[in-house]
Design a protein around this ligand. Structure first.
Ligand SMILES: Cc1cc2nc3c(=O)[nH]c(=O)nc-3n(C[C@H](O)[C@H](O)[C@H](O)COP(=O)(O)O)c2cc1C
Length: 353
């Protein structure tokens, strides 16, 4: 069935029901052992944080909240999958409905609230994942809703302790708008405390640890957060999570007043600007992962030129369908050739030179 028709049918369903169907299809695809996987062009290989990615394109956190759909997503062409956000204890998340489509804007609003089965269940599934045919696996961790911010560090450390054996890299998520108070942990003092503790735990395990930031930080706060990330020994910054803003025409959409984070096309300009700024501030000391509103190959390549060593997507896959990763990867390879770059590495940050 053509994607246009399949999408029409899926979009008649409640978004979480459609997600469950997609997850089922990915499980089947994953168990087929990735035989259908498009082989990414050699120019797309990226070495970042000491890890070998076969392409710069990854599945952003939140699509696979611990179900471990890694093999299916890898088979679609993703070079890495970020599982999570996982909290130490299971939690139900916010009441439904909590995920909304804004098709006119190729956007989503979500207030899922870290619904996940906790580190123990996720750890069992990750442990069962074969090493072959999985690409790079990141694990994104968070705090439980009922853990006060003063004790947040205990939750992050507990999640790192439980899940690091199966993670190629770890992410400290401080930027979901759907856990009350979480984003305050991006401020200098709590950020310093949290990151130095988490890096202190991850570094002896030789696991790169990144911090994921919001697109709603002021330019000063973003610079400060990048400085703290570097000073704490973090291995990278992910820019960005969803936005609580409703930019441009989205503001007049009937769903715009739903509480939650906006993702997809309207987030693009904000996330791109955050990426540019984080790249300039980091000045090559740590890599930046670009995410937010990447809807096609043009957007993905623009992120690389703006400074992204890796690019992640979520909403683009929802609107673009299962061939979206292969299309984006083909488009990046074409653009690298067009601009005379032999590798993604050569193109990272090209706009700043
Ligand atoms: C339904 C949904 C759930 C998400 N859950 C998480 C999450 O648990 N942890 C996280 O770090 N980001 C989460 N995100 C944010 C995405 O990882 C990504 O940063 C954001 O959607 C912007 O990228 P996009 O425009 O390509 O979707 C979620 C996004 C969506 C749409």
């Amino acid at each position: 069935m053509a994607w246009g028709t399949a999408r029409k049918l899926l979009f008649h369903l409640d978004p979480e029901r459609a997600h469950a169907l997609a997850a089922g299809a990915l499980r089947v695809l994953g168990s087929a052992g990735g035989v259908l996987r498009p082989r990414p062009d050699a120019s797309l290989r990226v070495t970042c944080m000491g890890l070998a990615f076969d392409s710069p394109l990854g599945m952003a956190a939140g699509f696979d909240k611990g179900e471990v759909l890694v093999r299916g997503l890898h088979a679609l062409g993703f070079g890495h999958v970020e599982v999570g956000t996982i909290t130490p204890r299971p939690q139900a998340g916010n009441p439904r409905p909590r995920l909304f489509r804004l098709p006119e804007h190729r956007a989503l609003i979500n207030r899922m609230g870290f619904n996940n089965e906790g580190t123990e269940a996720c750890g069992h599934r990750l442990a069962a994942l074969p090493r072959e045919g999985r690409g790079i696996v990141g694990v994104n961790v968070g705090k439980n809703k009922d853990t006060p911010n003063e004790r947040a560090v205990d939750d992050y450390l507990a999640a790192i302790d439980a899940l690091h054996p199966w993670a190629d890299y770890l992410v400290v998520n401080l930027s979901s708008p759907n856990t009350p108070g979480l984003r305050a942990l991006q401020e200098r003092e709590p950020l310093e405390r949290l990151l130095s503790a988490c890096v202190g735990r991850a570094a002896p395990l030789r696991k790169p640890l990144l911090v994921k930031l919001a697109p709603d930080l002021s330019p000063e706060a973003l610079d400060e957060a990048v400085d703290v990330a570097i000073a704490s020994g973090a291995s990278g910054v992910i820019a960005t999570n969803t936005t609580i803003q409703r930019p441009g025409a989205v503001a007049s959409h009937p769903r715009a007043t739903e509480a939650g984070g906006l993702s997809g096309a309207p987030l693009g300009p904000l996330a791109l600007e955050s990426l540019r700024q984080a790249y300039r501030r980091a000045a090559g000391r740590i890599p930046i992962v670009g995410v937010g509103g990447v809807m096609d190959a043009h957007d993905a390549y623009a992120r690389i030129r703006a400074g992204a060593s890796l690019v992640q997507v979520y909403t683009g896959l929802v609107y673009g369908g299962p061939r979206f990763p292969a299309r984006v990867l083909g488009g990046i390879a074409d653009r690298l050739r067009r601009d005379g770059f032999r590798s993604v590495d050569e193109a990272v940050g090209a706009d700043h030179r």
